[in-house]
Ligand binder design. Structure first.
Ligand code: SF4
Length: 340
């Protein structure tokens, strides 16, 4: 199966405004080198602490941010990185983003009928008023908001958090996308309904053959939800592959640290957020650590880890990591350590 959306070596630096005109220009180095593939009917989880760069990756894929460099391919064709409104509209017809906070992503002054009918009109999916209403009702039923007629005239503040997120998902589906970028879609919801929303997304993935990028800080929910998992730390991709491989046999010390903070897969039902509080914090990305950015927190760090970022090592079965402990990297690390 060919990927529907591919990203190669994506980089994003945000310039920082200089207070002192003589100071050297600085930038937040939010994403250093991100590559991933999204396949129809499959989910890829992008996992990391806040500040890891995962939301920046999603926003570049949604074309809300322009990448500093790198390639985005849609159905194998490289996207032009400059924005023209026609090209942008055509792309957004295929790639939709669902935000973390359903309340702020919906407009408080418009009812649900408006939210769902607008994309149908903009993208020409419904010709007459009757067609619009029929399709809006069908969208509400697809996200299990029933009886659908009762939701048409409601406003966002009259719905629960879970219902609002269902409306946001229905709005994304209205343009019949091939890719859904779901940025922490359950983290702001009551713990009792998180699983319902994840199950809804799983059902849509199967039924619509959607390719889903599932952004999360909770590695336990990644295993439940996604066929593939990639782990990011401080703007660098550190490990990836089939979710079972990555989560049952993590190789990168950061993935191991994340999992040690979330040992129980049942955490998906609730408990606290899976923030890693041990062994320091994610570094500032204005002046990040050199080489492997995890080296200040890594129990296995070697001199070479400060010098350069390790190449990708394939571990078999599609599992890979960037770490000097593995493959050719480990031989390099030994010889450099010996020289040192
Ligand atoms: Fe640790 Fe070095 Fe591997 Fe980075 S490259 S995770 S510092 S051993």
């Amino acid at each position: 199966v060919e990927p529907v959306l591919s990203v190669e070596h994506l980089k994003k630096y945000f310039p920082v405004r200089k207070m002192n005109p003589f100071a050297k220009p600085q930038a937040v180095q939010a994403v250093e080198d991100a590559s991933l593939d999204l396949f129809p009917g499959q989910a890829t989880a992008l996992v990391g602490e806040s500040g890891s760069g995962k939301t920046t990756v999603a926003r570049m894929l949604a074309r809300l941010y322009d990448p500093t460099s790198g390639t985005v391919r849609f159905r194998g064709e490289p996207l032009r990185l400059e924005k023209s409104s026609a090209a942008m509209r055509a792309y957004r017809r295929h790639v939709q983003l669902v935000f973390q906070d359903p309340f702020s992503s919906l407009n408080a002054v418009h009812d649900i009928r408006y939210h769902l009918s607008r994309p149908l009109r903009v993208y020409g999916h419904a010709k007459s008023e009757q067609e619009v209403t029929e399709q809006v009702l069908a969208l509400l039923r697809r996200v299990s908001l029933t009886p659908a007629e009762q939701f048409l005239e409601k406003y966002p503040h009259q719905l629960s958090g879970g219902q609002r997120q269902r409306v946001a998902i229905a709005r994304a589906l209205a343009v019949r996308p091939e890719v859904l970028l779901a940025d922490e879609p359950v983290s702001m919801l009551d713990v009792s309904i998180r699983l319902d929303i994840l199950n809804l997304l799983l059902r849509l993935k199967e039924e619509e053959k959607l390719a889903i990028l599932f952004i999360t800080h909770d590695i336990a929910s990644a295993r439940y939800f996604a066929e593939n998992t990639q782990v990011m730390y401080a703007g660098q991709m550190v490990e990836g592959g089939p979710s079972d491989e990555v989560i049952q046999a993590p190789k990168h010390p950061y993935t191991q640290l994340l999992l040690s903070a979330a040992p129980n897969p049942d955490r998906i039902r609730g408990a606290e957020d899976t923030q890693v509080r041990t062994r320091g914090e994610i570094p500032s990305l204005i002046n990040p650590p050199t080489g492997c950015r995890f080296h200040p927190r890594c129990p296995h760090a070697m001199p070479v880890c400060k010098e350069r970022f390790p190449q990708r090592t394939n571990l078999g079965n599609g599992h890979w990591t960037h770490c000097f402990l593995y493959g050719d990297n480990s031989q390099q690390a030994e010889s450099i350590t010996a020289e040192a």
